[in-house]
Design a protein around this ligand. Structure first.
Ligand code: TRP
Length: 439
């Protein structure tokens, strides 16, 4: 049986809070739907190392991990089909973080939104620039890059605020690949256009940092009460209402079909009272959530079962991560000392190779020159009667290296003394790479 390679889709959720409707609509639901597509290979994980950056309450981190794991499974994630794991069960991730740290410009991290926001805030308040900023916050994008690159993800579904991190991960991958050979896949962000940002109770983006969330699996009565607290304008029943800028309408839209949404828009125009609109919203959300609530409760009350599921997921993930980190260790030079020779043969050499350029001058003769990767002239030939003779001379330089320079001196212009070391190195590199390629 032949199969086309599946697109690897990977995303994580930071385990600092209780999953809310924004997480569900923006991440969990589209992810679960996408995971059913047989042409994708899903990697979904609990970003608990990331949680440490924002939260120093161990109980909260543990609880959040439990709740988020239960939420994904209750929302329909099939953990047999996808790879579902906890970041901290993959020791290869922090190791890769270090490798990436060493190819990431500090200036790039200075420009990361989360760090920059903290700095701007400090500056505005007249505090020390880095007051209360941990190195963890600063390094956040690198850890995230490791999450993504570890598993060669092609697509990373995220919220808009995370796009920059995916771009940084691409840059890290490209830098590493440039230095050490093609090891990483360059990932792409995927944004769910229709529902990327769900507003919260106060109309701003629903986010645990704004404390404006509606928990995904709150008991129905609590959810109804919270929905009643969504901000609206003060228009009375009977007055036409604007859907534009209405948090209530936007949340409704995220759960409703196109027809239901159109009906709600008409109800707004017809002056539906806010109380009735909130009741409709509650009913619509509950229709989707209620069937999952039971399984969620069961899972949360059975943490040992969740541990088992997560460890099985980590095993699956490490089948890929363990050999890959070995490959990367080797690539960067962390390898058995006794493997030095073998590795020199196996590794595609990453050399800034010079190149020979052949050309014909006005005098009718054939010439070549050797220029390094930066375009600097290292060696200039004298004229040859035919291109073949020029080519043969190049061939000797490539196969014999510096050893033949003296023998060929009559055919070559002398190289300035200051460039001779560079010339010798370049010719040796060429010889080396030619030998590699013919192996
Ligand atoms: N930073 C992401 C967030 O806060 C969570 C996350 C961590 C993540 N690692 C990731 C998302 C890797 C996608 C891929 O939403």
């Amino acid at each position: 049986m032949t199969s086309t390679p599946r697109t690897r889709v990977l995303t994580g959720i930071t385990t600092t809070g209780t999953p809310h409707l924004g997480n569900y609509v923006g991440a969990i639901r589209p992810t679960v739907q996408a995971s059913r597509d047989a042409s994708t290979d899903g990697f979904y994980f609990l970003a608990d190392y990331h949680a440490l950056i924002k939260c120093d309450d161990p109980v909260r981190i543990q609880r959040s991990t439990l709740e988020i794991a239960a939420s994904w499974i209750a929302s329909g994630l099939d953990t047999d089909k996808v790879t579902f794991y906890r970041q901290s069960d993959i020791p290869e991730v922090p190791e890769l973080t270090w490798f990436l740290t060493c190819v990431t410009g500090k200036g790039v991290l200075n420009r990361a939104h989360a760090y920059k926001a903290a700095v701007d805030k400090n500056n505005a308040a007249g505090h020390d620039t880095d007051a209360d900023v941990t190195a963890g916050l600063f390094m956040y994008p690198v850890l995230m890059g490791a999450d993504i690159l570890m598993f060669k993800a092609h697509k990373v579904p995220v919220g808009r605020d995370q796009i920059q991190h995916i771009e940084m991960a691409r840059d890290m991958a490209a830098s590493f690949n440039h230095l050490y050979g093609e090891h990483f896949v360059l990932p792409e962000a995927v944004i769910e256009e229709s529902v990327a940002l769900l507003p919260g109770l106060d109309g701003r983006k629903m986010s645990k940092s704004y404390d404006n969330t509606i928990p995904l699996f709150a008991p129905a009565a609590q959810m109804r009460k919270q929905i009643a607290g969504i901000v609206t304008d003060s228009k009375a029943p009977g007055e036409p209402k604007a859907t534009e800028g209405s948090a209530l309408f936007q949340i409704y839209q995220a759960f409703a079909s196109a027809e239901e949404t159109a009906a709600m828009a008409r109800a707004y125009a017809d002056g539906i009272g806010w109380g009735d609109a909130k009741q409709m919203l509650f009913e619509r959300i509950d229709r989707e959530i209620a069937p999952m609530r039971e399984q969620y409760q069961e899972l949360v009350q059975n943490p040992a079962k969740l541990d088992q599921i997560l460890l099985a997921g980590a095993d699956k993930a490490r089948q890929m991560a363990t050999p890959f980190i070995q490959e990367l260790r080797h690539a960067v030079g962390l390898r058995a000392l006794s493997s030095a020779h073998a590795s020199a043969v196996n590794k595609e050499p990453k050399l800034d190779l010079p190149s020979f350029k052949q050309y014909r001058e006005k005098d009718g003769q054939f010439y070549f020159k050797l220029v390094d990767a930066q375009g600097q002239l290292l060696l200039q030939s004298r004229g040859f009667a035919s291109p073949k003779e020029a080519g043969q001379t190049i061939g000797r330089l490539q196969t014999e290296g510096i050893d033949c320079l003296d023998a060929l001196s009559a055919l070559l212009e002398p190289t300035a003394p200051s460039l001779r070391a560079a010339l010798a190195q370049s010719i040796e590199n060429l010889k080396y790479s030619k030998n590699m390629n013919s192996k």
